[in-house]
Design a protein around this ligand. Structure first.
Ligand SMILES: Nc1nc2c(c(=O)[nH]1)N[C@H]1C(S)=C(S)[C@@H](COP(=O)(O)O)O[C@H]1N2
Ligand SMILES: [Mo]
Length: 343
């Protein structure tokens, strides 16, 4: 290739890489956010984006090799970015194939991806890829389609290989999670989103603070015995973004029994843990949320949320607030919160 053509080909590869990286991170976040069957589509797109990175890597390696030989500034950060992307893709493939199924695999996968974000931004700032109108030319679009097709085909080939080799990867839920401890709560992992510690709570003095009317200073306080007496049951799957799931029979009280006929101003219900961890839900969801005192007939263990935890069927694990001490209705819309918890 003539030098000028090489530069052009390099520019297109870089642009494609940037688009694919944004897609990979976006679909990954989406797969975490969705707890229903739709998660499968996000996960499939995520897998395809990962393989698109692999397919583009020989071209990128050639471009980077030329760049590194010129010893431009920022080489260290560029290499760090490359390493992070390789770690993210490798851990993702290892987890989905079933070669590395622990929560550590997902922590490494997500951790490296998150660390790569500031480096991607930095890389785009100091080596900008300027899009041109020809980037949307027929030829470019055909190449893009070829890359997408190749990525989906590679993903399909990997799935087939995993099945043929009898690896655990073929035995996953639509979210990509592996089964652990269904109907055996003791076998189910204890997981915290980030840095919460299991609190020691004395249920005899503990009260659930219910604020069923907005700005109601006079809250009702329910004891453990009162809540445990309801015995509303639900069979539901706790599916942690750390990559495991467990189905259990939970019992406690359905939330609409504590919050009945909320007025029109009320838009959401906030569920708050003794640790400060909290999630906000659309008010209509109270008919499908449970505050559980028990799992599989047994009182919850401290790690699993004793004395009271939220059960939120169809939502990923981070919505299932443990050690609940307050539920509060409010006129704030449910989406007025960070999409993922920050503690
Ligand atoms: N208070 C509090 N509740 C929490 C968390 C947390 O960090 N703090 N982690 C959530 C996450 S990410 C998951 S997957 C489930 C795990 O529940 P388990 O430990 O009972 O398996 O609890 C959820 N509830
Ligand atoms: Mo989780």
């Amino acid at each position: 290739m003539a030098p000028l053509e090489r530069v052009r080909a390099g520019r297109k590869t870089n642009l494609a890489l940037l688009v694919v990286l944004v897609l990979a991170i976006g679909t990954g976040a989406l797969a975490f956010a969705i707890g229903t069957g739709w998660a499968w589509w996000a996960l499939a797109a995520h897998g395809a984006a990962g393989f698109a990175l692999v397919l583009l890597s020989p071209w990128k390696a050639a471009i980077s090799g030329r760049g590194l030989r010129r010893e431009r500034s920022g080489a260290f950060a560029s290499v760090a970015l490359a390493v992070l992307v390789i770690v993210a893709v490798a851990s993702g493939v290892a987890h989905s194939a079933g070669l590395w199924t622990g929560t550590l695999a997902m922590q490494v996968h997500v951790g490296s991806a998150l660390l790569s974000i500031p480096l991607i931004v930095w890389h785009v700032v100091i080596r900008p890829v300027r899009p041109r109108r020809t980037d949307l030319s027929r030829r470019a679009l055909i190449r893009g389609a070829a890359l997408a097709g190749g990525s989906v085909a590679t993903l399909g080939a990997m799935e087939a290989l995993v099945r043929m080799a009898g690896l655990r990867g073929s035995d996953r839920r639509f979210t990509g999670s592996y089964e652990r401890g269904s109907f055996e709560a003791d076998e189910m992992p204890v997981t915290q989103w980030l840095d919460d510690e299991v609190p020691v709570i004395d249920a005899s003095t503990w009260r659930l603070d219910v604020r069923a009317v907005e700005n109601d200073g006079v809250a009702s306080a329910l004891t453990f015995e009162e809540l445990d007496a309801f015995d509303d049951r639900v069979q539901a799957t706790l599916d942690c973004t750390g990559g495991w799931f467990a189905e259990q029979i939970w019992s406690g009280v359905r939330l609409d029994r504590l919050i009945e006929g909320p007025d029109e101003e009320v838009r959401s219900v906030l569920v708050v843990s003794a640790t400060g961890y909290a999630r906000r839900f659309p008010i209509a969801d109270v008919h499908g949320l449970w505050l559980a005192t028990r799992v599989g007939e047994e009182v919850l263990s401290p790690g699993h949320g004793y004395p009271l935890r939220l059960v939120a069927p169809g939502r990923r694990g981070f919505w299932w607030v443990k050690w609940v001490e307050r539920v509060e209705v409010s006129s704030t819309p449910w989406w007025w919160q960070s999409p993922f918890p920050l503690t």
